[in-house]
Design a protein around this ligand. Structure first.
Ligand SMILES: [Fe+2]
Length: 353
């Protein structure tokens, strides 16, 4: 009997221009085609924190601590959670009926913040006197009705970031760890920083236009379906356009969903794969509900692990994500469930809703 040739699996680290594939366009060409002058946009510096409203603050506090956050400050009605990174806080929870209050970016300057506050759908500028680090916040409503926040003037934490130890790995052909053993302690996966967030939308084109013309947000990948030979874009992963500076593959995403508009998830960076698996085990033992994971995404490359919080929102741990800059081409990919993960469990139907 003939033995069928089966190729083993493999993985490789390849340049962005190769990994993106044949269907790609440069950032400059894409901006020109959209008629966007990069200088006209409001310049954001970084993603700062998420804002949510929860009916039970004690419950969400317990969950977030098991998820790997620490409390920066708590009052009767508000909690500011921090990671071990340089941010004052990465997640803000306010007491009240379940509500998504939006992602929050830091403006590059007072001038850029002021420009954001003058957008037609901007609310009043609020002084964050109670919040750790202070500063000002303005909330803008996007065309779908999602809240989008911009902050400026937060004090720096002045705490030197202490990253967890780097675990040395041995490979078949490269044994870097010699007479050293790897040992681990169980516990939550300590959160470093907020990495990205995203929503489903019934106004995909409007959101794409709103975010890419008003802010220095550019697509990293655009996913499409084909209809009579025409590409219809249905998902955008986007990053902050900071020139040469390397930034996360995506800090915001949105995906067309004709049935429902809702926040999909927000995602927090953890140190490495072992941290993530130990965190997964911790959340499992505590009886929380897994949404999807552990697996590795294709676009963005990150190892993912999605959990339902106690209010019914999805939050993600991620590790080992890709970095991009202005020289990374924008990729066009066919949308489909099989484009979500290189490996991992079957994607649950609830995740795609
Ligand atoms: Fe994610």
């Amino acid at each position: 009997m003939a033995v069928e040739s089966v190729q083993p699996n493999r993985g490789a680290t390849v340049p962005d221009v190769v990994a993106v594939g044949k269907e790609q366009v440069s950032r400059a060409d894409w901006l020109a085609k959209q008629g966007i002058n990069p200088d006209d946009r409001i310049h954001l510096k970084k993603l700062s924190h998420m804002r949510y409203q929860h009916p039970d603050l004690d419950e969400i506090q317990t969950f977030m601590i098991d998820f790997g956050m620490q409390i920066a400050k708590r009052t009767d009605d508000e909690i500011w959670f921090k990671g071990y990174g340089s941010d004052q806080y990465v997640y803000y929870a306010r007491k009240g009926p379940k509500q998504f209050l939006g992602g929050t970016f830091e403006a590059q300057s007072q001038e850029e913040f002021d420009r954001a506050s003058r957008l037609p759908s901007a609310g009043p500028v609020q002084s964050m006197t109670n919040a750790p680090g202070g500063g000002s916040l303005v909330t803008i409503t996007d065309p779908e009705g999602y809240l989008f926040n911009v902050v400026f003037g937060q004090e720096l934490t002045n705490v030197e970031v202490s990253h967890p130890d780097k675990v040395v790995l041995n490979y078949t052909g490269e044994k870097s760890r010699r007479r050293e053993f790897n040992r681990f302690e169980p516990g939550p996966a300590a959160v470093h920083k907020l990495g990205h967030f995203g929503y489903t939308t019934q106004k995909f084109d409007d959101l794409l236009h709103f975010y890419t013309t008003n802010f220095n947000i550019v697509p990293t990948d655009l996913l499409y379906i084909e209809n009579e030979g025409q590409k219809i874009f249905v998902t955008m992963f986007a990053h902050l356009d900071l020139g040469d500076t390397l930034v996360d593959h995506h800090c915001i995403f949105f995906s067309a969903n004709p049935a429902s508009s809702h926040v999909h998830h927000c995602s927090f960076e953890v140190h490495d794969f072992d941290t993530q698996q130990l965190g997964h085990q911790w959340l499992t033992k505590k009886g929380y509900k897994l949404a999807w994971g552990v697996g590795r995404h294709i676009l963005g490359s990150q190892i993912f692990d999605y959990w339902w919080d106690t209010t019914g929102n999805i939050v993600e741990h991620y590790a080992d994500g890709d970095l991009v800059n202005q020289d990374t081409p924008i990729g066009y990919f066919k949308a489909g469930a099989d484009s979500l993960a290189a490996w991992g469990p079957e994607v649950p139907a609830a995740f795609l809703e």
